[in-house]
Design a protein around this ligand. Structure first.
Ligand code: MG
Length: 384
């Protein structure tokens, strides 16, 4: 039985992971659960899955959970999350704490030799060089849960990387696929939060509408598969049925398709190299009828150009892009800046940064904090 530590168990990836586990109780057990502060959900997860420990990032929420007298050790704070990631009894860590908060425990898990099912792209965007080289040193597998990277991973399975011509990541185009550039200037947070195909958290849904999510995924793909940026392309595919593709040197393209449901990539990461039955309904291709593709308009989606710019600058620049974007999306959701202002904040923050090669996770976190402060300053949020 594979014993899992699920970091971010109350979020959408975490809940889907627990669904996959509960349909295969003979294959998987839960050693640890960790979440930010949603103790209602955590309590019911503890009762259903009986982990050895549970960790709560928010210290007062951790105290409140302890008072409920559950039959489980309750750890608190960032250190508690790290402990939940490195427990002896854990075989694999599902890394699904969004944003920069997921980086430290994921890094600790790799150092402890745990295999990683990686659902948060920030870890590789912020610190891809460090994470990938430490993973290979420790003999740790990093298996992608992001649907696009899972697709590429499945298409590549066992093939010679020298035969790969390029990776093609698909993008749904998000909520504003059919909106004009001028219409984008007045869209509201609630407009942006309507994603046509995927049910996800707020931040990532806004990132899907700007295509910054795809930009972060391009960076993630370069790190994960050791590909140069010019060999990773993005194509719009509004149906979200092909989750990504690999083009080989002989002109063949292999694509991975399924119903758009995160349980697919989650199950593959948990069971790799095998596959689990009963996870997704079969894909009804005749019912879907047609699959279409479009080239993304770089003027409408400046996030894509910023991404390649950050990759060319290398070093800490992708980390700065990610941090500035976190702040800009938050500011948009609070209606401080317009939707079209998001990428402007990112680009202005990048312009203030001189990229360096970070030698440690601490350095990466410092650069990230700097970029967040700078982005707030650019937006006009008081940082005192
Ligand atoms: Mg994705």
């Amino acid at each position: 039985m594979k014993r899992l530590s699920i970091l971010g168990s109350t979020g959408s990836i975490g809940k889907n992971t627990l669904e996959v586990i509960s349909s295969h109780p003979d294959r998987f057990g839960v050693a640890a659960l960790a979440a930010r502060n949603n103790i209602e959900e955590l309590e019911s997860q503890v009762r259903a899955f009986k982990p050895d420990v549970v960790a709560v990032l928010d210290e007062s929420a951790a105290r409140a959970l302890r008072e409920r007298g559950l039959p489980v050790d309750v750890l608190a704070g960032g250190q508690g999350i790290v402990e939940a990631a490195v427990l002896d009894s854990v075989d694999m860590v599902v890394s699904a704490i969004a944003g920069s908060a997921g980086l430290v425990p994921t890094h600790a898990a790799i150092q402890a030799g745990k295999d990683i099912a990686l659902a948060t792209k920030e870890t590789l965007v912020m610190a891809g060089d460090i994470i990938m080289s430490e993973a290979s040193e420790k003999g740790v597998s990093i298996i992608p849960v992001d649907s696009e990277h899972s697709a590429v991973f499945q298409c590549l399975d066992g093939r010679d990387m020298n035969e790969v011509e390029r990776l093609v990541l698909t993008a749904s185009g998000g909520a504003f696929l059919r909106s004009s550039i001028s219409e984008l200037e007045s869209v509201t947070p609630s407009d942006a939060l309507k994603h046509p195909n995927w049910d996800m958290g707020r931040k990532i849904t806004v990132d899907s509408a700007t295509l910054m999510n795809k930009g972060l995924e391009v960076i993630e793909a370069c790190r994960l598969f050791n590909m140069p940026p010019e060999k990773v392309d993005v194509i719009l595919h509004p149906q979200s049925i092909i989750h990504s593709m690999v083009e080989f040197i002989d002109g063949s393209i292999i694509a991975q398709m399924s119903v758009p449901d995160m349980k697919g990539p989650i199950a593959y990461a948990l069971s790799y190299p095998g596959r689990l039955g009963g996870v997704l309904p079969p894909l009804n291709l005749a019912g879907i009828g047609e699959l279409t593709f479009e080239k993304p308009d770089r003027n409408k989606y400046p996030a894509l150009s910023l991404t390649y710019e950050a990759l060319r600058a290398g070093g800490t620049m992708p980390c700065v892009l990610n941090a500035a974007n976190e702040i800009a999306v938050e500011a948009f959701l609070e209606e401080r800046i317009p939707f079209t202002g998001i990428t402007g904040v990112v680009s202005d923050t990048m312009a203030e940064h001189r990229s360096v090669k970070a030698g440690s996770i601490e350095e990466v976190l410092k650069v990230s904090e700097w970029a967040k402060r700078k982005a707030k300053e650019i937006i006009g949020i008081d940082v005192a």
